[in-house]
Write a protein that binds this ligand. Structure first.
Ligand code: BES
Ligand code: MN
Ligand code: ZN
Length: 496
């Protein structure tokens, strides 16, 4: 998608479709509809009077040959309640416009900007919303609708010249949205095409293309480094595991912090010997969504070049039942030295993360953020809407929450509390790998946190938010790319 500013007055914009938005209750007289010529607004007032135009969120009204405009068509997108309007909603509106028009064979549109809204945040949000919306998980359809993409997306400024900051925001939005779509592509791959080895090749290829350092360790090294918890999960699979490490360091970055981004990379989770029911098991190809997001983040910062230091660590393996598989009751010795009794082989994510966190600390990380499809329980708690946020250090949790809000990814803090510790103890080892049904997302998170130790740590449980079960007006069904935007924002804001 080609995105550029167009500085003509709205009446003179020649794009195929000019897009504006208005708000609920007064769809013809607030938002960017206000910038239209009087003649055109008259038309909208009539549509409002006949209740064809309401301004309800994502309502799309397409008008052909609109009076007073050079554009062939005018699309009015409903902005919802004006009081709730902000950059997050603007991002979605742009997405809704894109998805509505591409479904109707439109390839070119001009999105209208309010002069006053030509600030960084707004431009970035619109660009992100447009690129993320122009995506479908249709790689494996032989009759793929490549035709249905938006080729040209204009940012129509109604006569205002874009500032340098607005131009930079366009580029930032592009980079971030492309990174998000890159992560979605990885998550969408089925496990026969995204084994740990193929996953590591994707990482290497991305790193080489964007000038990042990438190191991949295999089964021998994983065992030599005494990553007993990671290896316990990996030992049951015919596909050898990989530990993927990607580094980014700006030459002028301060020595600290070194941010460790750890992404769960289970390329398929059968549950192992504690095998999952067959219903919906195919969805477990997405159990590497945390790892995919972390790679997406690295791709974005390689292009944006913030003054920070980041180490990404992704333990990649399948979780399979076999004659070699680990079994309930087995005791594993993690890289940290802590011993773990395996109470359920389906609680494998926390095991691979345990060693990945220990390794990240060994590599010098001074703060840790992990993203993982860790528990079904988080979906019970928060549904598919909000990512669960857990952490040992409230300042870092607050940073992540603030970034999530700015990036338009919903997140909600969950408790971490000593009193839950008893739930995942073992009668024979230091820890048990499950804490039972109640508070399952919390005990899963806290188990991971045991391996962060005193290092500030934030855990994002994306089991519910990694995937959208239904199509939204602004987003295709399928992989979401959460939490790429939030993590990029965290790193960008650290640099300022
Ligand atoms: N990968 C799953 C969690 C998951 C569930 C992700 C649904 C995406 C959608 C994880 O490895 C798992 O199996 N967790 C268990 C933990 C339990 C055995 C303590 C769960 O949530 O049931
Ligand atoms: Mn599992
Ligand atoms: Zn899993």
């Amino acid at each position: 998608m080609n995105i550029e500013f167009q500085t003509q007055l709205l009446a003179e914009v020649t794009a195929n479709v000019l897009v504006v938005y208005g708000f609920e209750g007064s769809p013809a007289s607030a938002g960017t509809v206000e910038l239209l010529p009087t003649e055109t607004r008259q038309l909208l007032a009539e549509l409002e009077a006949s209740r064809e135009l309401t301004g309800k969120a994502y309502e799309c009204t397409l008008i052909h040959r609109p009076a007073g405009l050079a554009a062939q068509k005018l699309l009015v997108v409903g902005g919802g309640k004006k009081e709730k309007f902000g950059s997050a909603q603007l991002r979605r509106l742009a997405g809704a416009g894109v998805r509505y028009l591409r479904a109707r064979g439109v390839h070119e549109l001009a999105w209208t900007f309010e002069g006053s809204k030509l600030y960084q945040e707004g431009v970035q949000a619109v660009v992100e919303g447009a690129i993320v919306a122009d995506y479908d998980a249709d790689r494996y359809r032989t009759e793929r609708d490549e035709e249905r993409r938006i080729d040209r997306f204009w940012l129509a400024t109604n006569g205002t010249l874009p500032s340098a900051a607005a131009r930079a925001a366009l580029e930032h939005g592009r980079v971030i949205a492309e990174a998000q779509n890159f992560a979605r592509d990885l998550v969408n791959e089925p496990s026969n095409r995204m084994t740990p080895l193929l996953f590591s090749r994707q990482a290497e290829e991305m790193a080489a293309r964007h000038g990042l350092e990438c190191q991949v360790l295999g089964p021998q090294e994983i065992q030599e480094m005494k990553m007993g918890a990671f290896w316990g999960v990996a030992q049951g699979s015919e596909e050898p595991p990989r530990l993927i490490v990607v580094r980014y360091a700006h030459p002028e970055a301060p020595a600290a912090p070194v941010v460790g981004l750890i992404g769960k990379g289970i390329t398929f989770d059968t549950g192992g010997i504690s095998i999952k029911p067959s219903e919906n098991m195919h969805e477990m190809k997405t159990d590497m969504a945390g790892g995919a997001a972390v790679l997406g983040v690295m791709r974005a910062i390689a292009r944006l070049q913030p003054r920070v230091r980041v180490v990404a660590v992704i333990p990649a393996t399948e979780n399979m039942p076999s004659g070699k598989a680990y079994k309930p009751g087995d005791v594993l010795t993690s890289m940290s030295g802590k011993t773990i009794e395996v109470l359920n082989t389906d609680a494998e994510g926390r095991l691979v993360l345990a060693d990945a966190l220990t390794y990240a600390k060994q590599l010098g990380c001074t703060v840790l953020i992990d993203a993982a499809t860790l528990t079904g329980a988080i979906t019970i708690a928060l549904g598919n809407i909000s990512t669960g946020v857990f952490g040992s250090d409230q300042d870092w949790v607050n940073r992540v929450l603030a970034s999530a809000a700015a990036a338009g990814e919903k997140m909600w803090q969950m408790p971490v509390d000593e009193d839950y510790r008893d739930l995942y103890k073992s009668s024979i080892a230091d820890l048990g790998n499950t804490g039972g049904r109640y508070g399952g997302a919390i005990t899963g998170a806290m188990f991971v946190g045991e391996f962060a130790g005193d290092t500030p740590w934030v855990h994002l449980d994306i089991a519910g938010t990694r995937w959208s079960n239904d199509e939204k007006p602004y987003l295709a069904k399928g992989p979401t790319g959460v939490p790429v935007r939030t993590l990029v924002h965290v790193l960008m804001s650290l640099a300022n």
